[in-house]
Design a protein around this ligand. Structure first.
Ligand SMILES: Cc1cc2nc3c(=O)[nH]c(=O)nc-3n(C[C@H](O)[C@H](O)[C@H](O)COP(=O)(O)OP(=O)(O)OC[C@H]3O[C@@H](n4cnc5c(N)ncnc54)[C@H](O)[C@@H]3O)c2cc1C
Length: 414
């Protein structure tokens, strides 16, 4: 309680992968960091729970990879995408064109396990963690510089002060909204239902995506011998599913001739959780005295499943800029603080711009079945190109490798 009344160098809002990674990097760099999350951990998060091969690099740095690999996280060797036409795109996380992942496989791991482990690593690095502490307001001085947050805890409202506030509070970030940075994209507007089943037939080491004219479903093995089932459909279905999301999910699966028999003996093991719409992109990932990272900064669509990597990478990326911003603020150099935050915005753009372009191309293919069918026709014949694209979703092949005109032409001319 007394800890909550003192001033910090950094307050991180949100204890998902973005917040824990940011807090861990900053505490490891020697800053005095506190992290607040409205939830009590372990907490569930609707997610397909695929962790890309390159995410392993940051998990390893944080000391979180070994416990995951020693535990019962599932190993994923690649992806198979079933197009509406019935064609299958099969790509593996293999080294190619000189690009190699930190690991040659991804992981399937329940978010309850992953996020609790990462938050624990942040705690061990010296971060002071307050759970069940919901940020309701962002404090600003007369010039608009962020100076802290107001938090609702079981004991009531409290104000925490810091030189820097990091908004890592997910899709509907209160930090981003209060600072007027939130921008919800008009397209795509999709919603998701996520659950876990035991006993789905034919689940192997490939993550599966089944694309239909009416949404797509991802199936992948995760920890505990379960299959994660993540259905994504147009937002117009939200009203229908709201009454009974479980019945909606089960009806949707039963209507797919290729999937229904595989679920015949499967048992649902966790509640069906709904989330969405997702697509949002902050107008700027910073404001004086504040930074945004993870989904709070941007998220497009679950199809490429790279949100956890982007969250971990975002936390790693922001650390040196955050350190500079804090030190500048402490010496009263507010221009210097602003320069560091601007440089962070530019670094984010350089790091993620290629990924944003690839996500949009894939998003268009998912939205228009004829495009997806064409892509599937090309990629079933061009396995090298399929591996390259899956390498991009594995985060170890740079998006520029598929955005080269010569590579894009391979999609058009086959
Ligand atoms: C259906 C679906 C499937 C997905 N599948 C995948 C996948 O397979 N692989 C992948 O890599 N990515 C996937 N993603 C994306 C991934 O889930 C996110 O990108 C990732 O969780 C972002 O991490 P984060 O830390 O930014 O946010 P989050 O994980 O959402 O964490 C935000 C945290 O902030 C806390 N919080 C929120 N508001 C407040 C507040 N006011 N005060 C205090 N705390 C607050 C929350 O409790 C939460 O703990 C999927 C997303 C969806 C929607």
């Amino acid at each position: 309680m007394s800890d909550r009344t003192r001033a910090w160098q950094v307050i991180v809002v949100g204890g998902g992968p973005a917040g824990s990674a940011a807090a861990w990097h900053l505490a490891t760099a020697g800053l005095d960091v506190c992290l607040v999350d409205r939830a009590r951990f372990p907490r569930a998060k609707p997610c397909a729970e695929y962790v890309s091969p390159e995410a392993s690099r940051i998990l390893h740095a944080m000391g979180a990879l070994a416990p995951l690999e020693a535990g019962d996280a599932a190993s994923l060797t690649g992806m198979v995408v079933h197009a509406p036409s019935g064609d299958r795109i099969h790509g593996e996380f293999v080294a190619q064109h000189g690009f190699r992942g930190f690991r040659d496989r991804g992981l399937g791991v329940r978010r309850e396990i992953l996020d609790t482990l990462l938050l624990g690593r942040a705690r061990e690095a010296g971060v002071c963690v307050f759970e069940h502490a919901k940020v309701e307001q962002v404090q600003q001085d007369v010039d608009g510089r962020v100076t802290g947050v107001t938090v609702r805890t079981p004991e009531g409202l409290q104000t925490l002060r810091a030189a820097l506030v990091i908004g890592a509070d997910g899709l509907r970030s209160v930090v981003s909204r209060r600072l007027g940075l939130a921008h919800v994209a008009r397209w795509p507007r999709r919603v998701a239902l996520v659950s876990h089943y035991r006993g789905v037939e034919g689940i192997g080491t490939l993550g599966e995506m089944h694309v239909t004219p009416h949404g797509y479903v991802g199936l992948a093995a995760v920890s505990g011998g379960l299959t994660n089932v993540a259905l994504v459909v147009p937002q117009r279905d939200a009203a229908t599913m709201a009454g009974d999301p479980t019945a909606y999910l089960e009806r949707w699966i039963a209507a797919q001739p290729s999937l229904a028999p595989r679920f015949a003996r499967a048992q649902r093991e966790t509640p069906v959780r709904a989330t969405g719409p997702f697509a949002s992109h902050a107008t700027r990932p910073w404001a004086p005295g504040a930074m945004l990272t993870g989904d709070a900064a941007d998220f497009f669509d679950p199809f490429t499943g790279e949100g956890i990597y982007a969250a971990l990478r975002g936390g790693e990326l922001l650390a040196p800029f955050a350190v500079d911003a804090v030190l500048a603020t402490q010496r009263g150099d507010l221009r210097g603080m602003r320069r560091s935050l601007q440089a962070y915005g530019q670094a984010r753009r350089r790091t993620f711009a290629g990924k944003w372009r690839v996500e949009k191309l894939i998003g268009a293919a998912v939205a228009f079945p004829s495009l997806m069918n064409h892509a599937a026709r090309v990629l079933t014949r061009d396995r090298d190109l399929a591996d390259l694209l899956v390498g991009v979703t594995g985060d170890f092949v740079p998006p520029s490798a598929v955005l080269r005109p010569r590579t894009l032409l391979r999609f058009l001319t086959r």
